[in-house]
Design a protein around this ligand. Structure first.
Ligand SMILES: CC(C)(COP(=O)(O)OP(=O)(O)OC[C@H]1O[C@@H](n2cnc3c(N)ncnc32)[C@H](O)[C@@H]1OP(=O)(O)O)[C@@H](O)C(=O)NCCC(=O)NCCS
Length: 195
């Protein structure tokens, strides 16, 4: 079992088998599939995906819990399905640069959107990735019509690197400067780690 990371508004927990049914329900929504560039999977394929994500050394994924929705006290190792609202991933998929990570975020539950959970999850994931994998560039591929996501990543300092007319997708990147590294390290100092 990997670690859980607790911030102000979210707790990021490992993607566990018990999360799969709810995750699968989210991924029936065509709007979410489109926004995240995901394919429709059967429930069995989603279970296989959960296993493969946990075994792939080039990927790291966390389920995002909304702290306001955690029933009782948070227990590391308990999936807390009642509070799961989305996920955040990184994928070191650039063959030329193993320290470049593509980052993806989804706050699937509409009632948990617009509360700062997406932003905090991305920042915590970046801090974790810099600390643990020495990531020096983050990349986000976002549909050109996904205004909220584009706005969020731009606010976090990401800048446009390219725009594909064919895929109708914008690629944003953030280079981890010394100043950014310090900011993230400071942020990580306020994160509670549960192991
Ligand atoms: C995009 C998404 C991750 C934002 O998460 P969120 O928790 O709702 O966003 P936050 O509350 O943290 O807001 C962060 C910033 O996002 C932008 N934003 C969020 N909701 C927005 C909206 N409805 N309209 C415009 N901008 C919005 C704003 O810039 C906001 O900054 P602000 O609070 O200073 O105004 C979420 O809406 C989502 O998961 N959407 C569907 C999946 C998706 O598009 N994923 C991205 C693919 S990479």
């Amino acid at each position: 079992m990997g670690m859980s990371l607790e911030g102000q508004k979210v707790i990021m927990v490992p993607y566990m088998e018990a999360h799969v049914p709810k995750y699968h329900v989210w991924m029936q929504d065509p709007a979410l599939l489109q926004a995240t560039g995901s394919e429709h999977l059967s429930l069995q394929e989603e279970y296989d995906m959960q296993l493969s994500w946990n075994q792939d050394p080039l990927k790291k994924t966390f389920i995002v819990l909304d702290k306001e929705m955690v029933e009782g006290k948070f227990v590391h190792g308990d999936p807390h399905v009642e509070a799961m609202v989305g996920d955040v991933n990184i994928y070191m998929n650039d063959l030329d640069d193993p320290q470049l990570a593509e980052i993806e975020i989804m706050i699937a539950e509409p009632k948990s959107r617009g509360k700062g959970l997406g932003k905090e999850s991305v920042l915590m994931m970046m801090a974790y990735a810099v600390q643990n994998f020495g990531i020096h560039v983050f990349r986000a591929k976002i549909g050109e019509s996904n205004g909220s996501s584009l706005s969020m990543f731009r606010k976090l300092g990401f800048e446009e690197a390219s725009h594909s007319e064919i895929f109708k997708e914008v690629t944003l990147e953030l280079a981890v400067t010394e100043q950014k590294r310090e900011e993230l390290s400071l942020l990580f100092g306020g994160v509670v780690t549960h192991t």
